[in-house]
Design a protein. Sequence first.
Length: 145
Amino acid sequence: MLIRDAFPSDEPFWRQLWAGYLAFYQADLPDEVTAKTWERLIRKQDGLFCRVAETGGEVCGFTLSVLHAGTWTVAPICYLEDLFVAPEHRGKGIGEALIRDLVGLGKANGWSRLYWHTQATNDTARSVYDRFVKADDFVRYRLFL
């Protein structure tokens, strides 16, 4: 398995995985949002970046993250916004490897922390995430504008 930055040529593979990710969360996004997201990921614009997992020459998973400043630290903070592994590749340690990749990048680049969230009912993902750290007791509020 190889974990690396996404290349522009990965777009069709990423779009297929992205569609699976959106379907999992029962989300529907306009094409223009998906196109802009990919553009920002590839250009590493606005702190966004994409790492992909590749096995046998096939892109089978990704992390989409945002590197940003914070008010409680001088070092950058990484928010792992999205993580997805193709269903046929699950159970092979790819999700865990993708998180370990970000941990390694964070240590090498002086990030202060890495954080993410998932649905409380996403037991499969939580069983992987709990290997790194237990969930905290914060509650999220979202106000759409």
